[in-house]
Design a protein around this ligand. Sequence first.
Ligand code: T3D
Length: 254
Amino acid sequence: MLQQALENGVLTLTLNRPESLNAFTSELLDALADALKEAGKNEAVRAVVITGAGRGFSAGQDLKEFQGREPAFRQHLRHYNRVIERIATLDKPVIAAVNGVAAGAGLSLALACDLRVASSAAVFITAFSRIALVPDSGMTYTLPRIVGYAKAYELLTLSPKLSAEEALALGLVNRVFPEAAFAEKARAFAEEIAQGPTKSYALIKRLLKKSAAATLEEVLEYEAYMQELTGRSEDHKEGVQAFLEKRAPEFKGR
Ligand code: T3D
């Protein structure tokens, strides 16, 4: 259901229900939330990748899970919200490696990550309005912040299928890699990030999250505080030393 592998500082979490394009069940969401919590505690993890098994990233909610039962949407969304909040507060870069279709809450999950890389075969669909729902899992927060209000409104109401190239042009993804080399390229991208100054990345993430609802004055103060923390880190000393010695830095995430 959820596969985990830790290699070279990168924890890869693979949604593994390929027969339904990795549609989410409560069980899968809880496993993902637990894995993200553990990733926060494990010092060996310096970056997290979320990807999908088979030809899909995730088709969102498993539409078969509640058939024949009374819907309890608000209660059920707690499973999603826990995942989204854990990604937002995890002090490590979280990368969505979108190997195939990302629809509904599958797209919400990708948008909640800090970075997105896509296979040239990936397809992006907001999907909620196609089944007369509103978005969830933070998509009305993340999407307009990435593409702006008017594009977000269009994507959420008309729900077109976007190709990887269209998603790249909109800024929905950071990189597109050819389908045949996707796994290898996505891994290399994540390993490069995991070898970076990850303590500094963690505080950049906190600053950006805070800036979404803060005044300039508050941000200036928070930046100064965070700069004090990064300025005292081993990685900062190494970065300056490496610059002076004209060599590549070796960051440890401390
Ligand atoms: O309950 C709550 O709390 C509400 C929460 C809502 C969150 C949401 O995510 S709402 C949005 C839910 N997702 C969708 O509406 C997307 C439904 N899927 C599709 O529109 C299409 O499958 C795709 C566009 C994603 C991909 O199309 P295609 O042609 O590449 O694949 P396919 O043939 O439609 O799907 C392949 C199989 O996956 C198929 O199974 P089968 O017929 O081979 O046995 C299909 O039924 C299954 N599948 C795809 N999406 C889902 C799914 N099974 C369960 N749930 C799905 N969401």
